[in-house]
Each structure stands twice: as structure tokens, then as C-alpha cells.
Ligand binder design. Structure first.
Ligand code: 5GP
Length: 210
């Protein structure tokens, strides 16, 4: 019996380095699958359709909402973002640990539908550092940076709902900890109950045949 994968939602203030952490996690270990979201925002330089996101028009996105094709979706700074359902379900069935890199409203919706999932919130060492990282990316206008910082203030509000908070100061350490947390989730009782049941059945059969 293939053990079902663990679904992990990684959120955090914009600019905290979620993308880099996830990339490194996937590079190191084969057990992970990253869900590619759909969005209506424009691609940034270097972003490829189907790799960073599926870049859709608002009409296309709304059609998918109507078809029930999203596991969750949310609006963030004037654009839609959503997680296509099929990929996540298929990969979990195959035993892959699926990572969703999404914001808080989406994370809470995933937890509602799938209480066994792991919610992890990534934080920068300080607010100053976060602003510096956002400005340093150089891809966003001052206006967009401000909108993201304002949104960051709101995002901290829901953080109690998360299972773990990880500081991203040192990439190596952060990736190690993330991998460790997901590893532990595989051993949570609820993830192992089927295995316990089947051992009990076998034990029962053995005792009977005594
Ligand atoms: P960005 O525009 O910087 O790529 O992403 C903006 C925010 O949207 C980030 O916080 C990112 O985690 C979030 N996001 C990306 N994809 C999804 C998604 O499928 N659903 C939700 N709810 N948020 C998403």
C-alpha cells in the first residue's frame, strides 16, 4: 500500500524567500511535488507559463472557478490566484509530498478541506530586512511594494492558525527544518492509523491460528 503524501502549505510575507526555499527543497529531495498555481497577474521577467504559474486571463480563471477546478482560490493585490485541484490529488495519491506556496486565505481554506495538512509560515529576520528584500528584487514599482507591505501587515493577523513558524535567515538551515517537519508529519498518528489497523488484522489472524 502506498502511503499517501503529506500536503504542506507554505505561506509567508511576500519577499521572505519562499520560492528559494521551495526550489532548494525540490532540488535536494525527490519526494516532493510543487503545485503550480494559476494567476491573472502578468508574468515577471524570466517567469515561464506552466513553471512559475499558469498565466490566465480573468475570463479563463473565472471559467475554471465555475467548473470547480480549483482546490482554493483567492484575490491578492487585485489579481486572482488559485490551486488547480487535479494535480494535488493525483500526486498525494502517488505518495508524493505536495507543497503549495500560497497566501493565508488559501491556506485556511485548504486546512478546512484537509485538516491533516501542514501549515507552515515563513518569516524574515525583521521587518526592515523584508522591505530591503522586496526593494532589492527590483521587479516591482514602489507602489506595488507598498501594497505588498500593507498586505503583509494583514497576513500576520491569521498566523495563529498555522502549525509552525520558520525563520528564513539561513537557507540551508531553513530547508533542513522544513524537510524535518514534513518528515515528522508522516509519523503523525492519523497518517499511520491504516498501517496500525493492518498490523492488528495480521496479529488477529496469527492468534487465531495458534
Ligand atoms: P506573487 O505575485 O508574488 O507570485 O504571489 C503573491 C501571493 O500569492 C504570494 O503570497 C503567493 O504565495 C500567493 N499565491 C500564489 N499562488 C497562489 C494560489 O494558488 N492560491 C492562493 N490563495 N495564493 C497564491
Amino acid at each position: 500500500m502506498t502511503e499517501k503524501g503529506v500536503l504542506t502549505v507554505l505561506s509567508g510575507f511576500s519577499g521572505t524567500g519562499k520560492g528559494t526555499v521551495v526550489k532548494e527543497l525540490l532540488r535536494r529531495y525527490e519526494q516532493y511535488a510543487l503545485s503550480v498555481s494559476a494567476t491573472t497577474r502578468a508574468p515577471r521577467e524570466g517567469e515561464v507559463h506552466g513553471r512559475e504559474y499558469y498565466f490566465l486571463t480573468t475570463e479563463e480563471f473565472e471559467k475554471m472557478i465555475g467548473d470547480g477546478a480549483f482546490y482554493e482560490y483567492a484575490r491578492y493585490v487585485d489579481h486572482y490566484y488559485g490551486t488547480p485541484r487535479v494535480f494535488v490529488e493525483e500526486q498525494l495519491q502517488k505518495g508524493k509530498d505536495v507543497i503549495l506556496e500560497i497566501e493565508i486565505q488559501g491556506a485556511l481554506e485548504i486546512k478546512r478541506q484537509n485538516p491533516g495538512c501542514l501549515l507552515i509560515f515563513l518569516i524574515p529576520p525583521s521587518a526592515e530586512e523584508l522591505k530591503a528584500r522586496l526593494a532589492g528584487r527590483g521587479t516591482e514599482s514602489e507602489e506595488v511594494i507598498m501594497a505588498r507591505l500593507r498586505r503583509a501587515v494583514d497576513e500576520a493577523e491569521g498566523v495563529e492558525a498555522y502549525d509552525y513558524i520558520l525563520e528564513n535567515n539561513d537557507l540551508e538551515e531553513c530547508v533542513n527544518r522544513l524537510h524535518g517537519l514534513i518528515g515528522s508529519a508522516h509519523n503523525r498518528a492519523e497518517a499511520k492509523l491504516d498501517q496500525v489497523k493492518s498490523i492488528r488484522e495480521e496479529l488477529k489472524a496469527m492468534v487465531k491460528g495458534e
